[in-house]
Write a protein that binds this ligand. Sequence first.
Ligand code: C2E
Ligand code: CA
Ligand code: CA
Ligand code: CA
Length: 279
Amino acid sequence: AKAEGRNTLRFYSPEMDSISWNNISLEADLRKAIAQEQFELYYQPQIDLATGAIAGAEALLRWSRPEFGLTSPNVFIDIAEETGLINEIGTWVLTKACTQAATWQSLGHAPFRISVNLSPLQFLRQDIVQVVENTLEQTGLNPGSLELELTEGSLLKDVERTKQVLRSLKELGVRVAIDDFGVGFSSLSYLKNFPVDTLKIDRSFISSLLAGSRDEAIVRAIISLAQSLELKVVAEGVETNQQLACLLSLSCDEAQGYLFSRPVPSGIFESLLRDYPRY
Ligand code: C2E
Ligand code: CA
Ligand code: CA
Ligand code: CA
């Protein structure tokens, strides 16, 4: 039986075989996940460094995949993007996140901002502005409370179209952030070309941030650039008090990271909202 098995599989390396099988079953499971509502949003606070208050939250997608448990988007976003499933998932995320933010605002946690990640496919769909506008109408969230996070993958594709979409989003009153800022191939040209509101300094510049380090010089320059352009700066992946002290000395606007909280389910996030200082 063993020999036969080997014969039928002889055109594939066992590795290739298991990778493609994994992707096929991942895709099938993802389709079911949408129908069976296996997705959930976790929320990670973004801290205003001037006041110590929670300025907002980034919504981060989680999948309770049967037999695998809580699964990070790193595992499935690429497949969702390749198969187009991201459109449906992304619309669900947007609606859920805006609904949650509107609820928190109505409980008195204002001004409260929600940040939502958009994938390149989602951002480049023809009707993205309409989707965002409909979501705001449906959920009653004030447009200025929504920030969309875009990565290089979205910004690189088609400069003219990107400019146009960003202008329309700005007209709606929605905020736009460049995610993972600094690691892209043309970070500076994004600032030249696109009307954005926020830079999120990539975690790779924060993880070994120390006074006097090269990373400190880079982060200082990004913050000063952002200030000149009147953009908000958020430092991502802040894990230590040393990093925080450094960011405070550089007058960084906001910080996000495990030092404050991991991404948590909405119920736990609500207790953070109660415990943190208010504006
Ligand atoms: P991202 O947008 O850069 O999100 C930040 C990631 O860093 C999150 O991983 C977060 O849990 C993690 N993180 C936050 N603070 C720290 C820290 O102090 N230290 C370390 N080591 N990590 C930290 P997560 O939740 O696994 O998400 C991974 C990526 O998946 C995100 O990276 C984003 O690109 C994508 N993603 C997440 N949710 C969505 C979504 O709803 N839609 C789309 N299109 N992409 C999403
Ligand atoms: Ca993000
Ligand atoms: Ca990021
Ligand atoms: Ca990232």
